[in-house]
Design a binder for this molecule. Structure first.
Ligand code: GTP
Length: 455
């Protein structure tokens, strides 16, 4: 999960709160102290943390909970609201034709973010093209070209051309018919005069609707200064914070940027093109506090289902083949690491304070999903379509081909049978709505081989 440590500590504090018999000054002080420690470890500015703590204390002891609501839940709500307040509101991202210029220092993850952003709009059904105008860093041209080609996104660039503005002018003509045009510009080690001049010239040439500044989360509170400097120099409409997956300083970067008034637009959560999400403060904080983010989860499920061959009509008629199961595993894979997906499920749904799936369980499940696919790759199309024909002899052959044991293949077949029965039951009981409910819960299946599949 993004900002794992901060999330774990904050959730620990809230569990303490929920576990308390009643709300009094002692427990509020204790919980606020835990929250302070968590935020300071995540590099959030001391002054901000102190002000926030004061507000949480005052409100928790003075404000009366809404009629009928539990006083402990009321305090959780206060913590949530105060956290949202320090992270600020996210940028307004519209799904319509637009030109976006990306700026940032070298190594911030700018080129990678261009590809991720392109993929974001592509997934929403818009036609996207990118222009590679980073002619400063050798290799940037090839990097963006390769990334774009992999994602089937139109790329315009001119290798070895020194005039970035020329590239942008010619590129904008070439990609005129595309909905979303994204321009990658060069970075520098620092915000120098020549970089500012180049950004201004490209700004003039392309007249972008959005100017996104890319910042590495690992710089922590320094993100605030950088955001301010770039904003003063070229005017920034949104910030992309990258590498939130790999630093303990994420809280510092997010809060420092929000303090400058520049809205956060997206966050980068890993190296792959899909490890990227629109920043929505409410959803982000809900997830961080273990309150779940079912909306994001549902969107993820829908997106990944759209791109796979899952034959929902057939499944609803009670026919669930191994091909469907394969497509289902693919869809789950596309949703990202299991741990990240699970983090969108509310702790509350398991009872705030309830057990969390351990990393070990999650790893075992991911591992199982991987080798189930390997096993299915060694089956024939006829076997996948009708697993009943898989005899002991065929199991030996599949075992040889996949390098997995016969027990594992039998386990997979059992898992498939359980799922098939579950779907049959759903279909029998008026399917559609149940199916939706099941997806909302974050899973698509009912079986649980070896007790490790959380879905
Ligand atoms: N873990 C993780 N790595 C990331 C993320 N975003 C980018 N990276 C990695 O950060 C490194 C630098 O990213 P680039 O996109 O090449 O950097 P850049 O800012 O374009 O560099 P310039 O073009 O010189 O300005 C690459 O190894 C990326 O894979 C992220 O969200 N998480």
């Amino acid at each position: 999960m993004v900002m794992d440590k901060l999330g774990d500590s904050l959730q620990g504090a809230l569990r303490k709160l929920i576990g308390a018999g009643r709300i009094d000054e002692n427990i509020v002080n204790e919980v606020v102290k835990d929250i302070q420690r968590a935020l300071l470890t995540s590099d959030v500015n001391v002054k901000m943390v102190m002000e926030m703590s004061k507000r949480i204390k005052e409100r928790s002891l003075k404000e009366a909970p809404a009629k009928g609501s539990d006083p402990r839940e009321h305090v959780v709500k206060i913590v949530y609201e105060e956290m949202v307040a320090i992270m600020g509101q996210g940028a307004n991202i519209e799904l319509k034709p637009q030109t976006i210029m990306m700026v940032g220092l070298q190594g911030s993850g700018k080129t990678t973010s261009v590809a991720k952003l392109a993929r974001f709009f592509q997934k929403k059904g818009l036609k996207v093209a990118v222009i590679g105008a980073d002619n400063f860093r050798p290799g940037a041209y090839q990097q963006l070209k390769t990334l774009s080609e992999k994602l089937n996104i139109f790329f315009y660039g001119e290798e070895n051309e020194k005039d970035a503005v020329g590239i942008v002018n010619r590129g904008m003509k070439e990609i005129e018919k595309y909905d979303v045009k994204i321009i990658d510009t060069a970075g520098r080690h620092a915000l120098e005069a020549d970089l500012i001049a180049e950004m201004e010239a490209i700004n003039e040439a392309a007249k972008p609707d959005q100017k996104f500044l890319v910042l590495d989360a690992a710089i922590g509170q320094l993100a605030g200064q950088q955001a301010k400097a770039f904003n003063d120099a070229v005017g920034v409409t949104g910030i992309i914070i990258t590498k939130l997956d790999g630093t303990a300083k994420g809280g510092g970067a997010l809060s420092a940027v929000s303090e400058t008034g520049a809205p956060i637009a997206f966050i980068g959560t890993g190296e792959t093109p899909d490890a990227f999400e629109k920043f929505d403060t409410d959803r982000f904080i809900s997830r961080l506090l273990g309150m779940g983010d079912l909306q994001s989860l549902l969107e993820k499920v829908q997106e990944s289902m759209k791109e796979t061959e899952l034959d929902v009509d057939n499944i609803m008629k009670g026919k669930f083949t191994l091909n469907d199961m394969y497509a289902q595993l693919e869809a789950m894979n596309k949703m990202g690491p299991l741990k990240q997906v699970m983090s969108m499920l509310p702790l509350g749904s398991m009872g705030l304070g309830g057990a969390k799936l351990s990393d070990k369980d999650l790893d075992a499940t991911s591992e199982k999903m991987k080798y189930y696919k390997v096993i299915m790759d060694s089956m024939t199309a006829a076997e996948r379509d009708d697993p009943k024909i898989i005899s002991a002899g065929r199991i030996s052959r599949i075992s040889m081909g996949s390098g997995r044991s016969s027990e594992e293949i039998r386990e997979l077949l059992k898992y498939h049978k359980t799922m098939q029965n579950a779907f049959k039951n759903f279909a029998g009981k008026g399917g559609g709505r149940n199916m939706q409910k099941m997806m909302k819960k974050g899973g698509m299946g009912g079986g649980n081989p070896g007790g490790n599949f959380p879905f």
